[in-house]
Design a protein around this ligand. Sequence first.
Ligand SMILES: *[C@@H]1O[C@H](CO)[C@@H](O)[C@H](O)[C@H]1NC(C)=O
Ligand SMILES: *[C@@H]1O[C@H](CO)[C@@H](O)[C@H](O)[C@H]1NC(C)=O
Ligand SMILES: *[C@@H]1O[C@H](CO)[C@@H](O)[C@H](O)[C@H]1NC(C)=O
Ligand SMILES: *[C@@H]1O[C@H](CO)[C@@H](O)[C@H](O)[C@H]1NC(C)=O
Ligand SMILES: *[C@@H]1O[C@H](CO)[C@@H](O)[C@H](O)[C@H]1NC(C)=O
Ligand SMILES: *[C@@H]1O[C@H](CO)[C@@H](O)[C@H](O)[C@H]1NC(C)=O
Ligand SMILES: *[C@@H]1O[C@H](CO)[C@@H](O)[C@H](O)[C@H]1NC(C)=O
Ligand SMILES: *[C@@H]1O[C@H](CO)[C@@H](O)[C@H](O)[C@H]1NC(C)=O
Ligand SMILES: *[C@@H]1O[C@H](CO)[C@@H](O)[C@H](O)[C@H]1NC(C)=O
Ligand SMILES: *[C@@H]1O[C@H](CO)[C@@H](O)[C@H](O)[C@H]1NC(C)=O
Ligand SMILES: *[C@@H]1O[C@H](CO)[C@@H](O)[C@H](O)[C@H]1NC(C)=O
Ligand SMILES: *[C@@H]1O[C@H](CO)[C@@H](O)[C@H](O)[C@H]1NC(C)=O
Length: 550
Amino acid sequence: MKFAQTLCSALWASTTLAANSLHKRGVFNKARPAVERRVANQPFKHPEIQKRATRFMSDKTKEFSVNGTGIPEVEFDIGESYAGLLPISDDPAETRKLFFWFFPSTAAETPKEIVIWLNGGPGCSSLSGFLTENGPFTWMSGTMAPVPNPYSWTNLTNMIWVEQPVGVGYSQGTPNITDEVQLATEFRGFYKSFVDVFDVHGWDIYVTGESYAGFYVPYIADGFLQANDTDYFKLAGISINDPIIGDETNQQQVCILPYVEYWQNLMYLNDTFMTQMRERQDQCNYTDYWDTYFQFPPPSGPQPVLPDPFNSDTYACDMFDNFYAAILEVNPCFNIYHITETCPHPFSQLGIVNTGDYQPPGAQVYFNRTDVQVALHAVVGTNWQQCTDTNVFGNGNATSSARDASVGPANNGVLQRVIEATNNTIIGSGDLDMLLSTNGTLLAIQNMTWNGAQGLHAYPSTPLYAPHHPEYNLGALAGAGIQGHWGAERGLTFYTAQLAGHELPGYTPGVAYRMLEILLGRVEDFSSTESFTTQKGEFTGNGTIYRRRA
Ligand SMILES: *[C@@H]1O[C@H](CO)[C@@H](O)[C@H](O)[C@H]1NC(C)=O
Ligand SMILES: *[C@@H]1O[C@H](CO)[C@@H](O)[C@H](O)[C@H]1NC(C)=O
Ligand SMILES: *[C@@H]1O[C@H](CO)[C@@H](O)[C@H](O)[C@H]1NC(C)=O
Ligand SMILES: *[C@@H]1O[C@H](CO)[C@@H](O)[C@H](O)[C@H]1NC(C)=O
Ligand SMILES: *[C@@H]1O[C@H](CO)[C@@H](O)[C@H](O)[C@H]1NC(C)=O
Ligand SMILES: *[C@@H]1O[C@H](CO)[C@@H](O)[C@H](O)[C@H]1NC(C)=O
Ligand SMILES: *[C@@H]1O[C@H](CO)[C@@H](O)[C@H](O)[C@H]1NC(C)=O
Ligand SMILES: *[C@@H]1O[C@H](CO)[C@@H](O)[C@H](O)[C@H]1NC(C)=O
Ligand SMILES: *[C@@H]1O[C@H](CO)[C@@H](O)[C@H](O)[C@H]1NC(C)=O
Ligand SMILES: *[C@@H]1O[C@H](CO)[C@@H](O)[C@H](O)[C@H]1NC(C)=O
Ligand SMILES: *[C@@H]1O[C@H](CO)[C@@H](O)[C@H](O)[C@H]1NC(C)=O
Ligand SMILES: *[C@@H]1O[C@H](CO)[C@@H](O)[C@H](O)[C@H]1NC(C)=O
């Protein structure tokens, strides 16, 4: 979820300038357009989660089996699933363990494949994605109770949510890694344990995630490739959304003024401040940089590294935090992960991590409850935090989610190798995410060379279509029709969801579901207008794969 961002703002004095707004209300009110009322007369009934023979139950797995009707606050059967801790190496003395929650696909037939989901941070739990983005049930901020998720990724395939690295969530052990290569090694050890217990040798693996998992996913995928062992680590593709993959200054600072200009009607910053920020953009050399390198195709050769704005006394070039502070003044409930939010803050089940999370006094954090920990075979009493305040990369010493020692995977060949090995990499972006904005991510991509050329040759601009879904579940809705844009070049697909925030599968579940169908090879691309594959009664679940886009 969270990609750490320190707020160290230097606010500049400014003069007043009253916004001279013109409210000619009523002018367009004469003929009210008829709005189709889709709210059915009968209340929505939750579909029964398909009950099937328990495919994965065995002597080795039964200790992980979760009682599908025994999940606190969840008033329906969540079906077959397995949760618990598995060691990160096969050394019998190994005490470091990662926590997982594994759900078999609910489709009648599913190819031999597994999708791994990872949230970011660093230090954030993938159970936050489980509960608010793509899991079989969701409990979104501000809602009363969990509901079945009609866009659960478990409808399509076998899913595993993993809390990693050591130090995160229910996982056990003292963190002592310092970089992403060590993180990938740790994860590989865990995944090998998983393959042996659940007997999924040789299955295709798709690694997916969000935010700081823009580091995790490519490094883990590359770690799978480097292991050269398809019995355990057969990589078939990756997907990341709203990721950090390159240089932070490029992805957050240089691009933020154009972002704010685009959304200024929502930000509503005053003219004096905007004028100062435009001047600052020039002085920091961001204007020239943006004009030079944000091009399709990009100029050939590497983008130069700009000075780190945090290595300065004034933070004058920390455009991001200066904007963030000014926006919070206008809209104190502003959420950098989802910029259309205004007050009040909705209540979050996951605890307070981000601006925008809110817990009334006395409220509990769902995964910190004893009954939840018992139900999921976690170590009871674990102080579960959505994002740990232990530094998972600091050898266990420091607090706060400090950064690791690795270079962005777009800048050192890691992501390139993953794209080239599979030709099945999908990068997405919610346009309402300010933390890691669409054009900032594209700027990072323009610095990368893969399959023989640098960057994308055209700005992704083909309309993206998400199918309509016949169910109208007021507890979990998804937009349909044209939802964004996409483009694909040389094994890399890039897409946007205009009305999604940072947690894209939570905000636009239909787009994310379609993305997964494409990643798994069941639908050709984002222009397809065919219905969701799970709506067609006769899905040939034996792995009939569409041509991969090269
Ligand atoms: C304009 O915005 C800046 C930055 O938030 C603030 O310091 C200043 O007081 C604002 N001016 C007015 C007139 O609101
Ligand atoms: C599962 O949980 C429900 C609700 O607590 C309980 O009634 C049932 O006996 C449990 N089933 C098993 C197999 O433990
Ligand atoms: C972390 O600690 C384990 C022992 O618990 C040790 O085997 C391993 O080498 C250490 N890793 C690093 C990166 O220091
Ligand atoms: C990978 O494994 C295959 C088969 O075991 C072997 O032929 C190949 O040389 C290995 N490649 C590397 C880079 O280790
Ligand atoms: C992103 O870049 C494209 C292409 O230059 C531009 O049309 C769009 O307005 C930009 N979006 C934002 C939010 O700045
Ligand atoms: C901007 O570029 C000029 C010329 O290259 C350089 O002298 C100046 O130090 C740069 N400014 C910043 C803030 O990096
Ligand atoms: C661009 O990529 C090169 C490697 O090709 C890397 O050295 C450089 O740091 C990257 N620049 C930025 C701004 O990320
Ligand atoms: C989580 O539970 C532990 C006790 O197990 C408690 O110390 C801690 O304050 C709880 N955290 C939150 C955020 O409620
Ligand atoms: C953490 O503490 C240990 C023991 O004091 C020390 O050896 C190690 O260098 C420290 N690591 C960091 C990153 O400070
Ligand atoms: C990936 O696509 C490129 C064309 O962009 C092609 O040259 C290459 O052989 C493909 N690689 C794989 C593994 O399919
Ligand atoms: C997912 O499965 C549920 C239960 O079978 C079903 O009601 C729902 O329509 C499916 N969702 C999609 C997008 O196909
Ligand atoms: C997959 O299913 C389709 C439709 O049922 C069938 O025609 C095809 O032969 C099957 N392929 C394999 C490899 O079993």
